[in-house]
Design a protein around this ligand. Structure first.
Ligand code: PAF
Length: 282
């Protein structure tokens, strides 16, 4: 496994691999890898000749007052895990090379990024789209693996890939959970025991909503949303950002639940820690 930092080197590598006819599989990450990332590595390896994983805590996707400074970083452990998983190359660029002071070009998706997380974090998806466009240009992957936990991010990036004509296929990996049901996220490391107890209500409420749909045959959106809120409100540290039923293709609110299309999505703050999760219906 080789770690590459300079942009010029990753460009040269990607062009050489392309000339050799190699298909590149790519896992973009902000590091502090967990089993969710590792499952994406396994998923993308099946279809690629070369596996590249990027580690870059992207300042552009953090809003003012968010957790950029304290976002967990653990390069040594990340390299060890990637070595064990036989990743071929790690791309870990420098911030000032990715975003030189004079840079003034950004990528902004203006449809599916508008609601949900895009409303609470108005600059977030612009930052995500910009860094991913840059990484896709540099790494030239045929396949990109993204985790379903960040459902809106997946939809935004699929849209961007179509709109900007990147020849890339997105491979989506299922949400990987801790034993207690909490969706894996680098931000889980912020939670103390008390906060974690409340954070567990997120998945519990998703399951309660899904149960209404699956077992009681409820298709009424308001009824299911009310169930999510009842469970979430039982946590004294929880402030709900949204608890919605959306169409999983475009993240727009559903009028009625349809199995195979609808999805339950939640974002909450547990004290100051923002967590998201979702569950598909059908
Ligand atoms: O999901 C993430 O970790 C980030 O949003 C991504 C896709 C690596 C872009 O910085």
């Amino acid at each position: 496994m080789e770690v590459i930092t300079p942009i010029k080197e990753i460009q040269q590598l990607a062009l050489r691999l392309e000339k050799e006819g190699k298909k590149i599989g790519f896992v973009p990450t902000m590091g502090c890898l967990h089993d969710g990332h590792l499952s994406l590595i396994d998923l993308i390896r099946e279809r690629s000749d070369i596996l590249i994983l990027s580690i870059f805590v992207n300042p552009a996707q953090f809003g003012v007052g968010e957790d950029l400074e304290k976002y967990p970083r653990n390069m040594e452990r990340d390299l060890e895990l990637c070595g064990q998983r036989k990743v071929d190359y790690i791309f870990a660029p420098q911030t000032d090379e990715i975003y030189p002071l004079e840079a003034s070009t950004y990528v902004s998706e203006e449809g599916v990024s508008r609601g949900l997380c895009g409303e609470a974090r108005p600059t977030h998806f612009k930052g995500v789209a910009t860094i991913c466009a840059k990484l896709f240009n540099l790494v030239r992957p045929s396949y990109v693996a993204l985790g379903q936990k960040d459902a809106q991010q997946v939809v935004v990036l699929k849209r961007m890939i179509l709109d900007l004509h990147f020849p890339i296929e997105v491979v989506t990996g299922p949400t990987i959970r801790e034993q207690d049901g909490l969706a894996m996220s680098s931000r889980n490391s912020y939670l103390n025991d008390r906060q974690r107890q409340d954070a567990l209500l997120i998945y519990r409420s998703l399951l309660a909503g899904k149960q209404l749909v699956d077992e009681k045959g409820i298709r009424n959106v308001d009824r299911v949303r009310a169930e999510l809120m009842t469970v979430l409100r039982s946590g004294s540290l929880i402030r709900v950002n949204y608890a919605e039923v959306v169409d999983r293709e475009n993240m727009k609110p559903e009028k009625e639940i349809e199995l195979g299309r609808s999805m339950l999505v939640i974002a909450v703050w547990v004290d100051k820690i923002r967590l998201i999760d979702n569950i598909p219906l059908g």
